[in-house]
Structure formats: structure tokens, C-alpha cells
Design a protein around this ligand. Structure first.
Ligand SMILES: *Cc1c(COP(=O)(O)O)cnc(C)c1O
Length: 480
């Protein structure tokens, strides 16, 4: 069994095994014709049930053959140009290389003595990101597992900064379409049920600053303490960007911590063409970025950045066995001092290799392409009377629904759209998402693949219309 341990004696085995795996995936990338096979749970579950985990196959080829059956054959492939559903991106090759290196070396970024150069590389990328945001000389941050954790940590810091107040009076203000991790974080932080105050959005799905000002004033009047405003720079549903300069102005006026959740919109930090759309982000106290959404990085790769690095002390605990206080005096850089996690992946390496290979412009151009594609898609939808499209895209998302002229019952239109989404998924020809707008069911394209063309979008819209029409036709038959 020692032959399976990765070390100098097994280097050849490692080389062959990983190459075999890479070969399978490469073949798959070429062969995949649809983003999904449409496999049903009931069809796939028995194949996985049948595997006896107590009887190993031993050899790599046999294991990969089995993996083909239980996973690779029916996986959902984000690199396919007709995967248009969630905030998942196709990944760039330098980052995949980084993934292979970081898991083989297996550094853990909690302490210097488990990572050495890894710690310094992560720190440099944090400084780079903070510099792109414009957070100033005292900025700092840390890589996290994802946007949800970044939001949690940012709100933890904000709450600790507001510690002198009665916790029952603390409030977090976020737009009504802010990410649900804000509510979850409030719960984890022990804030009350009504701690998150939602602020309405305008027709473009951006936080209404007049309403925000009113809420801040109301809090003050009622003796409540707004501990943070969460502005979203790229809402998950629409890609809409809250008016950051106005919100920053209000936060400064009321002395409130401004957190910008740029989990989605952070790709603009690398864009020369559209960077201005997130102007004002430099006035944040904390920022969430998800490189695994708009920097084309594999899951996971995310960070939380803060204007004042000293606030990260709220996440610090000193353990004798790991990061004793004396190490701070000795200036040993232990990233665990800044993190909610202890053992932590060297995800930063993926971004490092990406920037060293393609440069920031390379990433920014890919993101620009999907933003431009969204505009083309919006034009298609706006010109097609069969569809209603919600807002002109600020990033790369389109929310729309099929609305045939002959059908007036909104509930029937809801059912037709839900049916179309499911039928499309079952066919595997394309994968799209859905959400609700004004209580009604809508469909959603999140465009993150520069290989997707306007022709793909047109073709998927035809498929949707076809499924919806078929449903409505059958529904008429049922009624008569
Ligand atoms: C995706 C998303 C998150 C959560 O990020 P994860 O990486 O999925 O944890 C938070 N905020 C916004 C706006 C998002 O789009």
C-alpha cells in the first residue's frame, strides 16, 4: 500500500496516475456534446449504490473506468457553451495546473511553518487585489472558501467594531435582493431575527439610496445601531450593481461600516473596459471577491479584503501549539491569525499562475466578452415579442420569461416556464437557471463562458419556446 503514498519513491506512479486522469478528462472535454446527459437521479443512484467501498479496485485504470460510470459520463459540464445556468465559469488552464500542484505539495496556509512561500504568495495576491480595488495602504485580507464565508467574516469584523452597543440593537442593511448569506451570517453572529433590514431596489434592481437613507434615519430615530450596510456589486440574480458612490456617501455620513459584496462583479477589477462600473468600491471597509466566479478559477477561490488590516484582529486567537502570541513579536507571518479557517488550502496558487501566465488583462478580456455577449442576448430578447426580459445587463446575466400572446393567465405562464426549464435540463441540450421576479417564475442565463455565441443564445431560446409551447398545447388538450 506504500506505493500509493506520494513521495520520492512513488514519483513515477504519481506521474502515470495523474496523467491517466488528465487524459480521461481531456478526452471528455473533446467528446462532450451537451452540457448534461439528462440522467435521472433514479438512474444514477443505483450505479453509485452498487459500488462496494470495502472492496477497492486497486489499479488506476479500473478506478477511472468506474469513475466514468458513476461521475464523468453524466457530470454537468460548465465548459460547454450551452451551460448557461448558475454562477459557474469554465476554468483557465493555468489555474487547473495550480490545482494539481497545490494538492500534491499540500501546503496548509494556516502557518508559516506549513507553507513558507505559499504564505507570501497569498499575501502578495491580497495586496494586488486590494490595490486593484483601491483600498489604501493599510488594507489587508485573506483567502476564504467562498463568498458566503467572506461575507460572514466581513460582518463579524463589523459586529466587533460595533461591540460597544447592545447586540439586540444592531442592524445590517442590505438590498432586498442581496445574497442570502447575509441573513445566514446574521444568524451565525447571534444577531436577532430582524437584524437584517432589507432595502428596496429600483427598476434596474439597484438598491434605492433614498430608501437606504430613510432606513438609516429610522434606525437612528428608534435607537437602533446600523453596524453595516451591504452593497452588492453584481447581484446574484440580475448582475445589477448597487450605486456604490451614493451608498459610500451615506455610510460616511452615518458612520456605518460599508461592506461591498463583489462576489460576482469582482471580474471588473481586471477589466480595462468596464472597471468604471464598480467605481466607489474603493470606499468600502470590506469587500468580498469570488475569483471562482468571474476570474475563471476552479472552486474554491475567494477572498475578503479590508481597508484597515488591524480589524482582522477580531478573527485572531492564539493557540500554544500553532500560533502563539510570541510569533507576532517575532514577526512570523501566520495567516491563521486573519482567518476563520485553520487548515486551509493554498487556493491562491491558482490565481498566481493565472496572472503569471495570462496577466490581469487576459482575465479582464474574457470577462468583458461575456458582458458583451449579455448585451447581444438582451437585444435578442428585447426584439422578440415571445419573451419579456427584466433588466438591461450590468454584468453577464439575463432574466426573462416566455410570454406567448395567446395566454393571459400568469399562473399558466409560470407553469410553462417551469416546464421549459425542466424539459431542457432533462434533454441535456442546455442548462438554464430560474428565479422569481414580482412573485412570478422567470428563467435566467448567467453567461460566463466566452465560447458561448449569440447563436447559442438564440438556439436555446428556441428550445425554451418549443418546450413551453408544447406544454401549453398539451395543457389546452387537457382542458378540452
Ligand atoms: C455567489 C455569491 C455569494 C456566495 O458565494 P459562494 O462562493 O457561493 O459562497 C455571495 N454573494 C453574491 C452576490 C454571490 O453572487
Amino acid at each position: 500500500m506504500r506505493s500509493h503514498l506520494l513521495n520520492g519513491l512513488t514519483a513515477e506512479h504519481y506521474r502515470r496516475s495523474v496523467s491517466e486522469g488528465v487524459e480521461r478528462v481531456a478526452e471528455k472535454l473533446v467528446a462532450v456534446e451537451r452540457p448534461f446527459t439528462g440522467v435521472a437521479v433514479d438512474e444514477l443512484a443505483p450505479r453509485i449504490d452498487a459500488v462496494d467501498l470495502d472492496r477497492p479496485l486497486g489499479d488506476t485504470a479500473a478506478v477511472l473506468d468506474e469513475l466514468e460510470e458513476v461521475y464523468l459520463k453524466d457530470a454537468v459540464y460548465f465548459h460547454h457553451p450551452r451551460y448557461l445556468a448558475h454562477l459557474n465559469c469554465p476554468v483557465v488552464i493555468p489555474a487547473v495546473l495550480g490545482e494539481a500542484v497545490l494538492s500534491a505539495v499540500n501546503s496548509s496556509l494556516d502557518t508559516w511553518d506549513q507553507s513558507a512561500g505559499g504564505t507570501l504568495i497569498e499575501r502578495k495576491l491580497i495586496d494586488w487585489t486590494a490595490g486593484r480595488i483601491g483600498l489604501g495602504p493599510a488594507a489587508d485580507g485573506v483567502f476564504t472558501s467562498g463568498g458566503s464565508q467572506s461575507n460572514l467574516q466581513a460582518l463579524l469584523l463589523a459586529r466587533e467594531e460595533a461591540k460597544s452597543h447592545d447586540p439586540a440593537r444592531l442592524r445590517v442593511l442590505a438590498s432586498e435582493i442581496g445574497h442570502f448569506s447575509v441573513q445566514k451570517s446574521a444568524k451565525l453572529l447571534g444577531l436577532g431575527e430582524d437584524a437584517v433590514v432589507t432595502v428596496p431596489v429600483d427598476r434596474d434592481k439597484r438598491m434605492r439610496t433614498v430608501a437606504l437613507a430613510r432606513e438609516l434615519e429610522r434606525c437612528r430615530g428608534e435607537g437602533l445601531v446600523p453596524m453595516a450596510v451591504v452593497a452588492t456589486a453584481g447581484t446574484t440574480d440580475f448582475g445589477s450593481i448597487d450605486p456604490l458612490p451614493e451608498i459610500a456617501g451615506l455610510c460616511e455620513r452615518y458612520g456605518v461600516w460599508l461592506h461591498v459584496d463583489a462576489a460576482y462583479g469582482c471580474g471588473l477589477l481586471a477589466s480595462r473596459k468596464y472597471r468604471h462600473r464598480i467605481d466607489g468600491i474603493e470606499r468600502a471597509d470590506s469587500v468580498t471577491v469570488d475569483y471562482h466566479k468571474s476570474f475563471f478559477q476552479p472552486v474554491s477561490s475567494s477572498a475578503v479584503l479590508v481597508r484597515d488590516g488591524a480589524t482582522l484582529r477580531h478573527a485572531t486567537y492564539h493557540a500554544d501549539y500553532l500560533n502563539p502570541r510570541r510569533m507576532v513579536r517575532e514577526r512570523i507571518p501566520n495567516q491563521v491569525d486573519k482567518s476563520l479557517q485553520t487548515t486551509r488550502r493554498f487556493d491562491a496558487l491558482k490565481l498566481w499562475l493565472t496572472l503569471r501566465t495570462m496577466g490581469a488583462d487576459g482575465i479582464g478580456e474574457l470577462f468583458d466578452e461575456v458582458c458583451d455577449l449579455a448585451v447581444s442576448g438582451w437585444r435578442l430578447l428585447a426584439a422578440d415579442p415571445r419573451f419579456h426580459v427584466v433588466v438591461e445587463p450590468s454584468l453577464s446575466t439575463l432574466v426573462f420569461r416566455f410570454v406567448p400572446a395567446a395566454v393571459t393567465d400568469p399562473a399558466e405562464i409560470d407553469r410553462a416556464n417551469l416546464h421549459a426549464r425542466k424539459a431542457l435540463f432533462d434533454s441535456g441540450e442546455a442548462v438554464v437557471a430560474g428565479t422569481k421576479v414580482g412573485g412570478r417564475h422567470y428563467l435566467k442565463f448567467t453567461l460566463l463562458n466566452p465560447e458561448t455565441t449569440p447563436a447559442d443564445i438564440a438556439a436555446v431560446l428556441e428550445l425554451i419556446a418549443g418546450h413551453a409551447e408544447q406544454y401549453l398545447g398539451e395543457s389546452l388538450d387537457r382542458a378540452s
